[in-house]
Design a protein around this ligand. Structure first.
Ligand code: CA
Length: 529
């Protein structure tokens, strides 16, 4: 037994009306363990798993977060381990007769005086990093672009010390796809809007193959990059027709592979020169565009890390910043909580529209929201998607929800926005990048080394055991909340301050330190041909 598991048996209840609680002790607790309430365990219960606080007769509702997460499939005596095989999951809430904009939270007092050092862009947005991104119209060019990027990093980047990195926006889209299918708009606008992420300073350059379905003009129609166009005209003197900066590999001018590589490097150098002139300046915290997400969740996610993120979300909203929460299947079961928090009926209707679209998308594949939970979630104590969703929604804090984005759309407002995305970590991160995220917060209970090359990712551990073992991967330990050594508010403030440091470039996240990053994964609900 470890020292911590010898400490007094401890369970955590989320609401006074709950009839189950989760075991907090590292390593779980053995049969016979007695809680201060007098409850005695009838069997071993792993850490993060549920224990019945009272006798639960067959068919009765099992409540956590004051929500029915399932009905008992047989009699469950008090002190038993309540796991997924003992629960019948309730049906999904219908998307009709929902409470619409019924909750009017008292506006929280504004939070003033907080700033960070960011890169102000010509369009008014602010970057937290200074990165040259090279957009690709199609996967076919990925190898050539990667070769060129390695040479750019080795030969050009040292000449431009203000530029943090060069990143190829590699993806699997562009050809072999039904590009005129209605849903193809999602991957196309995602890629377009990622190219315009504030961390790239409005410098857009494309590498194209030539014969692909996603032609450069379709990816970046005239007018999508107006500020760069103006600058190109002024600085380089190019004509309005040639304003899109494209290196086309099939161009007749290229003879040999090195001609392509040299061409990409030549174009990159022009962008690097302009990026290198960018300077950090003091900007208000309201310029943060934060995407919050969870992955590898356990039963502590909804107890420690996600509530701390929720508190921090409220701080950000009070500071006038933009915050996005996402992951359709992880909020679907709490739709009534969300529609009631919408600022207007239009916002609530947009939320319902996105949920209905996703229900239909899943149904087309003969799946439903229950396909979300993973073996790791269940091992971590989450019995089903209802329980997981209740713990996920708390990331959104308590502020009113003032906006809704469809997948791949660009965010254009402050405050709390529901950005509809799949829950898949890389797809959600990719879509939040497209929305314009300049800082990412990611909570994990089971542990994932997740990172993105395009934006800093602050990772939050839900348990002290994970934070201890992954001490050089996790940026914040929210497990201190379960240990009783910190409060949700304290960890929320720690997160807020770390955000300002990371956004300013004063601190690097562990993922940045090790250069750990996952692939961009475009959400493509349209057919592949
Ligand atoms: Ca996720």
């Amino acid at each position: 037994m470890t020292a911590t598991s010898q400490s007094a048996p401890l369970y955590i209840t989320m609401h006074a009306a709950d009839n189950v609680a989760i075991v907090a002790n590292d390593g779980g607790l053995p049969s016979g363990a007695t809680f201060p309430s007098g409850l005695v365990l009838r069997e071993h219960v792993p850490q993060g798993h549920k224990v019945a606080l009272v006798d639960l007769p067959a068919g009765s509702p099992v409540r956590r977060y004051n929500v029915t997460i399932g009905n008992a499939l047989k009699d469950i005596p008090a002190g038993s381990w309540v796991h997924e095989r003992l629960l019948q999951m309730p049906d999904a809430r219908e998307l009709a007769n929902l409470p619409i904009a019924t909750v009017k939270p008292e506006p929280l007092p504004p939070l003033e005086g907080y700033t960070f050092e960011g890169f102000r862009n010509p369009d008014g947005s602010v970057g937290t990093r200074n990165i040259l991104a090279i957009t690709q119209t199609v996967q076919c060019v990925a190898g050539v672009t990667d070769f060129a990027v390695r040479r750019i990093k080795a030969e050009l980047l040292p000449k431009f010390p203000n530029v943090d990195d060069v990143v190829a926006l590699e993806h699997g889209y562009g050809c072999g796809v039904a590009i005129d299918a209605p849903d193809a708009i999602i991957p196309i606008r995602t890629l377009r809007n990622i190219s315009l992420n504030p961390n790239f300073g409005g410098e857009v350059m494309l590498v194209s193959l030539g014969c692909e379905k996603l032609q450069p003009e379709r990816l970046m129609p005239p007018g999508t990059i107006p500020l760069v166009d103006e600058r190109n005209v002024a600085d380089v003197g190019v004509t309005a027709e040639s304003k899109l900066d494209v290196v086309c590999l099939q161009d007749d001018a290229h003879v040999g592979f090195m001609s392509m590589v040299d061409s990409i490097m030549r174009q990159a150098e022009e962008h690097l020169e302009r990026l290198n002139a960018r300077q950090r300046e003091t900007v208000p915290a309201s310029e943060l565009v934060v995407g919050v997400q969870c992955g590898g969740s356990d039963a502590f996610s909804g107890v420690t890390a996600n509530p701390a993120v929720g508190f921090c979300t409220d701080l950000l909203v009070r500071a006038g910043a933009s915050v996005m929460f996402s992951e359709v299947t992880e909020v679907r079961d709490g739709i009534d909580q969300l529609t009631s928090r919408a600022t207007t009926p239009e916002v609530a209707e947009a939320m319902i529209r996105e949920m209905a679209w996703y229900d239909a998308y899943l149904q087309r594949g003969s799946a439903d929201r229950s396909a979300n939970t993973t073996p790791g979630n269940k091992k971590g104590g989450l019995s089903n998607i209802v329980e997981k969703a209740m713990g996920s929604i708390v990331k959104s804090g308590s502020s009113p929800i003032s906006g809704v984005l469809a997948p791949g759309e660009k965010l254009r407002q402050k405050g709390l926005t529901y950005a509809a995305t799949p829950a898949s970590d890389f797809i959600c991160g990719t879509l939040q990048l497209a929305a314009g995220m300049n800082l990412h917060v990611f909570t994990t209970g089971r542990g994932t080394p997740y990172g993105l090359a395009e934006v800093p990712v602050i990772k939050v551990a839900t348990r002290s055991d994970l934070a201890r073992r992954w001490h050089d991967l996790m940026d914040i330990n929210a497990g201190t909340i379960a240990d009783g050594s910190a409060t949700i508010e304290e960890v929320g403030w720690e997160m807020f301050r770390l955000m300002l440091d990371v956004a300013s470039g004063r601190k690097k996240t562990w993922a940045e330190h090790w250069k750990l990053h996952n692939s961009l994964v475009l959400f493509n609900p349209a057919p592949i041909t």
